[in-house]
Design a protein around this ligand. Structure first.
Ligand SMILES: *[C@@H]1O[C@H](CO)[C@@H](O)[C@H](O)[C@H]1NC(C)=O
Ligand SMILES: *[C@@H]1O[C@H](CO)[C@@H](O)[C@H](O)[C@H]1NC(C)=O
Length: 457
């Protein structure tokens, strides 16, 4: 209990502000669950809105009474951040257009005109915000509550907890906040941050030439996204936003429509505000804009192009090498590597999840099938909000070593494996082809289109 008291003292201000009765909590915009990778973590686990440190213990129970946790690896996205410079410029253009041309008499428009300053500046470019630090401090405390035998004071002080991060500011600051959260929770004082930076692991996409040439720089790779931008659904969204503002329809481009949506998301995720800007977009519009973002992630970071998934092979192999090592260590009775926390990007998590086969749709997401894909599995609002996390836990059980996977703190069965905590060997067998292949050199460095080896999945 001590740990929690310390944490409450450290973050007391934040907690008081949000726990002084329901009325003190700002209402969420009705579109908050559609923000995709710009979504708040609390939208995925809404019970956190009442108590940001609450943990559902049934999700972290061992597979059976005879099992003991032996190792935990987490791959975590950085916390809430500022918009990138590109989106800040778009927000500025939207603001200008509204001030200059909007004529409607809505009260919310008066609020924007009289009370809203364009406070975003380009130098904020994607940096972590205070809420983003809290995201990681609180996640650290919750994971330590869920897995006390692994994320323990003893393991932390004994050097059995490792931290790895992408070199980006927002990731380094996130991993430091995570450590602050642990120190507070575990009552550890005067221990310095000890992360290592590893972009080959956490930003593998920057190192994969075939991905850069074949997807990132390839003007036709995101064709479906471009087509959807000029679809009837998107035009309708633009028209409806223009009507709400009473500006000519052609003033609201797809980019400005998206800027309105993002602005609502940023005001909410950064400042916990239900901003007057949120009135520009209703739920039906938000579903269209959510789809547009999912299309982009799908074609850029997931199943759309094989190389997007395969670019995560270094992280995949690193993960399994570590698990293999722990299994070996268990046999000899000395596990020295209790916990690894790896901090990266949505662009890190989505390819790895796709490589592992999670959230695969029967059909590709395309510009034409928005309606058909309403119930799609691939929904980044649920998968990759700020501070999204993939957790792999190894258990030592009487019948062998078992592996459990959790996404955003909830157990999730491996694709095509019904046991929620299968034997580790079963998981290894399941991914055998990847374990024996998925070669970074082959997938990322060689000229493409030679032979048929690329379709090994
Ligand atoms: C915890 O999770 C279980 C299983 O998902 C669920 O049935 C239960 O209602 C949850 N408990 C709380 C307190 O939310
Ligand atoms: C670019 O993307 C298109 C569409 O996916 C693909 O057919 C083409 O081969 C890619 N070009 C390169 C240079 O990889």
């Amino acid at each position: 209990m001590l740990g929690r008291d310390v944490l409450v003292a450290v973050f007391g201000l934040w907690l008081v502000r949000f726990s002084a009765g329901g009325s003190a909590r700002p209402p969420a915009p009705p579109i908050a669950s559609y923000f995709g990778t710009k979504g708040r973590y609390e939208e995925v686990n809404p019970y956190l809105i009442d108590d940001i440190l609450s943990v559902n213990k049934s999700w972290s129970e061992p597979p059976s009474a005879d099992c003991r946790p032996a190792h935990l690896t987490a791959v975590v996205r950085h916390g809430t951040r500022f918009p990138t410079a590109k989106n800040i410029r778009r927000i500025g253009r939207l603001h200008d257009a509204v001030l200059r041309h909007a004529r409607s008499a809505h009260a919310w428009l008066d609020e924007i005109r009289a009370g809203w300053d364009m406070w975003y500046t380009e130098d904020m470019d994607g940096r972590l915000v205070e809420k983003g630090r809290d995201d990681h401090r609180h996640l650290a405390a919750r994971l330590a509550t869920a897995f006390p035998a692994l994320i323990s004071r003893e393991n932390l002080l004994g050097g059995r907890v490792a931290f790895v991060t992408s070199s980006k500011h927002r990731c380094v600051e996130s991993v430091e906040a995570f450590q602050q959260g642990l120190h507070g929770f575990l009552g550890v004082k005067e221990i310095s941050y000890r992360q290592t930076v590893n972009d080959k692991l956490m930003r593998f996409f920057d190192h994969c030439k075939n991905f850069i040439e074949g997807v990132e720089k390839n003007k036709t790779a995101l064709r479906e996204v471009e087509l959807f931008k000029s679809s009837a659904e998107m035009r309708n969204v633009q028209k409806r936003i223009a009507d709400r503002l009473q500006v000519p329809h052609d003033y609201i481009t797809p980019d400005l429509a998206e800027a309105a949506f993002f602005l609502c998301s940023y005001e909410f995720s950064i400042k916990s505000l239900n901003s007057p800007w949120c009135n520009l977009v209703d739920e039906a519009d938000a579903q269209v804009l959510e789809y547009k973002n999912d299309l982009k992630q799908y074609w850029k970071r997931a199943y759309g192009h094989d190389v997007s998934r395969k670019s995560s092979c270094p992280l995949f192999h690193d993960l399994f090498r570590r698990l293999d090592q722990v299994v070996y260590d268990i046999r000899f009775g000395v596990v020295t590597d209790a916990v690894t926390i790896k901090v990266g990007h949505a662009e890190t998590l989505l390819p790895l999840l796709s490589l592992l086969g999670f959230f695969r749709n029967d059909k590709h997401l395309t510009a034409m099938n928005f309606r058909e894909q309403r119930q799609r599995a691939f929904r980044t609002s649920q998968i990759a909000p700020y501070a999204a996390n993939l957790v792999f836990v190894l258990y030592e059980c009487d019948d062998g070593v078992r592996l459990r996977f959790l996404l955003n703190e909830r157990p999730l069965a491996f694709p095509d494996l019904s046991d929620p905590a299968p034997l580790y060997q079963t998981v290894r067998d399941h991914y055998m082809r990847l374990l024996n292949g998925c070669d970074f050199q082959k997938e990322c460095e060689l000229p493409r289109g030679r032979g048929t080896t690329r379709s090994e999945l």
